[in-house]
Design a protein around this ligand. Structure first.
Ligand code: SF4
Ligand code: MSK
Length: 665
């Protein structure tokens, strides 16, 4: 039976989204929000109702009760573990293949075969080269870059040994991985290993299956994703804070609007250059437009926002809403998180949906294949096509909703910001946590999911943590959500942070929520956690830190890979929405208590955001107690310059949000 239609305020807490959803209803056009409501749930598949196995064609086998087995005899636990392992392998493959493509681009740049690109951050190249054992002394930049690119490419196809970056984890963690035989041998090898071991008639022990999945996920976090982040920084610059804006209001009513959507910075960085070409600007004017406006969606948006200050039109569930404004001449997509609904939706307007990756074609979209050897030519062709489309624009409706943001807190910038250029370090952050001024830290990551009100958990959870003096970092679509509601601004420290955290934010000059990039940039969080663990005073391993990871509105398989590598690195990771593995108590316990015992980190799925906050704070406080740090005491700090914060905190949550965001309580 289909679910009932919801009020727009239940679909999204973003006023821009609510306005466009009214327009969609008036036009009779469906979106992910309405398709979700019209979707009859699978009778069996996952979650509460059972598990389904499709791993061979004797099946599919549907397990709906205790003790039932598949045709081959596979138990519920085996099927649940296999399904989870395959999802992790798919997520790891997506992240890592993105890293591989960046390594190919770096190789082409180093060989002088990629005109338009340059090595923008030689300092980062040198740093990465030294970390992976490539000689730098007295060598030309391109020679070092070529060796680094080949080192990266080698790690994908490596058959034996271990990935280079693993040794940069805290020593204790690295030794644990070695002892447990969890150190990935090669990025691709571990993905193939999971696909093999979960084939019909292979690995049937849930614990053993998931060990393979852990190794695969570590190959993502400490391999493919880390390479993707590092090479992106080398090619396009290591992010530092920029001023930008987010939400649909960044679209212009009198300019050619081009949206870049997906994950890869390679083509979008070229489009950033193309839209500044005076000839193309003149061409746009010749078609009656005042100029060209470039904005992003999803993680491509994060990539160009944190490096170039290009505004973001929104996160995952905004991809359709942006087209519904009628004001988008071209939506240029690369890889991952692109809804197949886009071309059909675009048929109602004049928008051209353009696919660009050799891996992604969508029926109904125009394919203009990206090639790093002719990247600027492709970028200019795309911009020209968008300009040509401007005169076809019909009636438009751009919600006047946007917010200023300060994105771009790379771990290098955090290091510098906390300690200064001559003594960059995480010491001040560790000290603030040790003193109790900051209670702990939370990384809030991941997607939107129409099963829950868009952005609500991405806002409610950090809002609650901030008032409890927990410093928050965000990536992916969660970071864009935070931006929409003013959390990525210094002012948020004054209005939302508890007294101790506010003092730190004021002293250092940072927002209480730090934007750390796209979903592959969760590898930056691994680096921050490692630096905190090795700086001294907060234990010796990630699992000692008073910190949690939260994916409140997750939907993608990549989120499962991220959660698994974070847990295997020692973090407590809480997922919102619902548990796809709830029906198997054994697998739920295995990834929670079982993994905690084995690795000090664990994953839990909790539908209730209040429970996510409660468990996060309890975990942070327990880690503080284990470290023998003073118990958190909110009355100890923030005595000077206080401005009635307590009165604000005494208000019910709904009223606090109404004050902050100007939305109805
Ligand atoms: Fe059924 Fe076993 Fe085949 Fe899965 S592998 S579909 S449980 S017979
Ligand atoms: S884009 S994986 S919806 S974060 Fe990275 Fe957003 Fe999730 Fe895609």
């Amino acid at each position: 039976m289909a679910k009932k239609a919801r009020e727009n305020s239940e679909r999204s807490m973003d006023p821009a989204a609510q306005a466009i959803l009214i327009r969609a209803d008036a036009l009779g056009i469906g979106t992910a929000f309405t398709r979700f409501e019209n979707m009859a749930p699978c009778t069996v598949g996952s979650g509460k109702s059972g598990m389904c196995c499709k791993n061979c064609f004797m099946g599919p086998c549907r397990i709906t009760k205790d003790g039932q087995v598949g045709i081959c005899g596979a138990t519920l636990e085996t099927i649940a573990a296999r399904n989870l392992a395959r999802a992790i392998a798919s997520g790891a493959a997506a992240h890592s293949d993105h890293g591989r493509d960046l390594a190919f681009t770096l190789e082409a740049v180093a060989q002088g075969q990629a005109p338009g690109y340059a090595i923008r951050d030689v300092g980062k190249l040198w740093d990465v080269a030294q970390r992976v054992g490539v000689r730098t002394e007295g060598r030309p930049v391109n020679d070092v870059a070529l060796d680094v690119a080949r080192k990266a490419l080698g790690e994908f196809g490596q058959q034996r040994g271990e990935l280079t970056y693993l040794k940069h984890a805290p020593k204790k963690r690295y030794e644990l991985w070695k002892k447990l035989e969890l150190a990935p041998r090669g990025i691709d090898r571990e993905i193939v290993d999971v696909l093999h071991r979960t084939h019909m008639g292979d690995d049937q022990d849930p614990v053993h299956i998931l060990r393979g999945a852990i190794r695969t996920a570590l190959g993502d976090g400490w391999g493919g994703s880390m390479w993707a982040t590092d090479i992106s920084d080398i090619l396009f610059g290591t992010p530092s804070p920029k001023v930008s804006q987010v939400n649909l209001g960044v679209l212009k009513n009198n300019e050619v609007n081009i949206l870049v959507h997906g994950h890869e910075p390679t083509l979008s960085e070229m489009i950033v250059g193309a839209v500044q070409d005076p000839e193309l600007i003149e061409y746009a004017k010749s078609k009656g437009a005042a100029g060209i406006c470039l904005a992003g969606i999803c993680c491509t948006s994060n990539e160009v926002m944190m490096r170039q200050g290009i505004p973001s039109a929104g996160n995952f569930l905004h991809q359709e809403l942006a087209i519904l404004t009628g004001a988008v001449e071209a939506m240029v997509v690369d890889v991952q998180c692109i809804m197949q609904a886009l071309p059909n939706l675009a048929d109602n307007f004049h928008t051209k949906v353009i696919t660009t990756s050799p891996k992604v074609k969508i029926t109904g979209a125009i394919h203009m294949q990206f090639d790093e050897h002719h990247a600027m030519d492709v970028a200019k062709d795309i911009v020209r096509l968008a300009i040509d489309n401007y005169p076809n624009r019909g009636e438009i409706m751009i919600p006047d909703v946007k917010e200023d943001v300060i994105p771009g807190f790379s771990h290098e910038y955090l290091n510098y910001m906390l300690g200064g250029s001559y003594r960059g370090s995480f010491r001040p952050l560790n000290d603030a946590i040790m003193s109790g001024r900051i209670r702990g830290a939370a990384a809030i990551v991941g997607c939107n999911n129409p099963k829950v009100t868009q952005d609500k958990e991405h806002i409610d959870i950090p809002a609650e943590l901030l008032k409890n003096d927990v410093l928050v970092v965000q990536t992916g679509c969660g970071a864009i959500a935070a931006g929409k509601f003013g959390m990525l601004l210094g002012e948020a420290a004054m209005s939302m942070a508890g007294p101790g955290l506010r003092e730190v934010c004021e002293a250092v000059g940072i927002p209480p929520v730090l934007h750390m990039g796209s979903c592959v940039d969760n590898s930056r969080i691994l680096t921050v956690l490692t630096q905190m663990a090795t700086e001294g005073g907060l234990g010796e391993d990630v699992s000692d830190l008073p910190a949690v990871g939260i994916a409140p509105e997750w939907m993608s398989e990549k989120a499962l890979s991220i959660g698994t590598y974070a847990a295997a690195s020692g973090a407590y990771v809480l997922f919102g929405v619902e548990s796809p593995y709830e029906f198997s108590e054994e697998v739920s316990d295995l990834i929670s208590a079982g993994w905690e015992e084995m690795m000090g980190g664990k994953m839990e799925f909790l539908a209730d955001p209040k429970e996510i906050v409660r468990r996060s704070l309890a975990h942070i406080d327990k880690k503080r107690a284990d470290l023998k740090l003073p118990a958190y005491d909110p009355t100890k700090y923030g005595k000077s310059g206080d401005y009635g914060l307590q009165d604000y905190f005494d208000l019910p949550m709904e009223e606090q949000q109404a004050m902050q965001y100007g939305v109805p309580a």
